[in-house]
Design a protein. Structure first.
Length: 333
């Protein structure tokens, strides 16, 4: 292939041409000869708006690369007749240039589906499946794999994989189901409750607790999927009751409501009401809510309280203050 066509842009500068042909700065006449030869063979065209460089003999500062026309029939034929039926080829038939760029990865995926389809019968992690298909574990998560899958009409579910999360931190005193499981938003409260259970107690605010889980704020939305993949049967059992406990502010309420929406079909979820009521009892001088906090809460949280309790919570929120979990400690449990 002509050297100039190895440059992957449509326009090129004098300096870029010189570097492309490994010329030194003092080899101007050699550069001049190359440019003229390229122009005579219609491989480049001048860009008049770039102006002359002021040297003798003069050259324009920038040029357009005239790539040769290519036949796309071989690629269209490959897409139409060599791809497995699961791959939707419409996008790439309409974007052949993109197909040329993605072709190697697409052919690897196609070969996987042709020769190793049985591997899809076993659910594996995203990185493990990525390595099976492309021999590179980060192809889906960090490179072009996810985009290519989308272009081909495939979802992650079609590849029977799961996305791994940070492992959930939890502590159990009961190894049977059913049991009550508390999900705690903040780290300090998780450690305090764990310490309380380690001391031989099995009830918190009068409720028997089998396990406490560190939710880590919004990370619980994604990380809780770990329960249904890796948790022991006594924890993932459907008859268990999940009790959520977070800060009493807009963000804490939104964390609970989205968590409920994501997982209530998989397990029984409600708030740890007794803990929230204990927070209300201890309220005195309260801190101000963080600025620009999302205030778009629904009704899932508030409807679990009596009307007077709802009014009190709403009054606190509207005043721009909140109650952190840390208002409670071991002596309160």
């Amino acid at each position: 292939m002509e050297q100039i066509f190895k440059y992957n842009k449509k326009k090129i500068t004098l300096d870029e041409i010189r570097n492309l042909y490994d010329l030194r700065i003092d080899q101007y006449m050699e550069l001049y000869d190359i440019i003229n030869e390229l122009m005579e063979n219609n491989k480049i065209s001048i860009i008049k708006s770039s102006k002359l460089n002021g040297r003798t003999p003069p050259l324009y500062n920038r040029y357009k690369i005239n790539f040769p026309e290519q036949s796309f029939e071989q690629y269209k034929e490959e897409l139409n007749f060599k791809m497995v039926p699961e791959l939707e080829i419409t996008y790439y038939l309409n974007h052949i240039e993109q197909y040329k760029l993605d072709r190697e990865k697409i052919l690897q995926l196609n070969q996987f589906l042709l020769e190793k389809r049985e591997l899809l019968d076993t659910m594996v992690s995203l990185n493990e499946r990525s390595f099976q298909i492309w021999n590179y574990e980060k192809e889906i998560s960090e490179k072009s794999g996810k985009r290519i899958l989308k272009n081909l009409g495939l979802t992650l579910e079609d590849l029977n994989l799961y996305e791994t999360t940070e492992p959930l931190a939890y502590y159990s005193v009961c190894y049977e189901a059913p049991q009550n499981i508390i999900i705690v938003e903040n780290k300090d409260t998780f450690f305090s409750m764990r310490k309380y259970l380690l001391e031989g107690n099995n009830k918190i605010f009068g409720v028997e607790i089998g396990t406490i889980v560190y939710g880590a704020g919004k990370r619980i939305w994604k990380n809780f999927m770990d329960f249904f993949i890796c948790a022991p049967p006594y924890l993932s059992a459907k008859q268990n009751q999940i009790l959520y406990f977070g800060d009493l502010d807009y963000e804490g309420i939104i964390i609970y409501e989205k968590f409920y929406e994501m997982y209530h079909m998989k397990c029984k979820i409600k708030i740890f009401k007794e803990a929230y009521l204990a927070m209300l009892v201890k309220r005195e001088k309260l801190p101000s809510t963080k600025e620009k906090q999302n205030t778009s809460i629904g009704t899932l949280f508030l409807e679990q309280f009596k009307e007077a309790e709802q009014n009190l919570i709403c009054q606190i929120l509207k005043q721009g203050i909140y109650i952190p979990q840390e208002i409670l400690n071991v002596s309160d449990f």
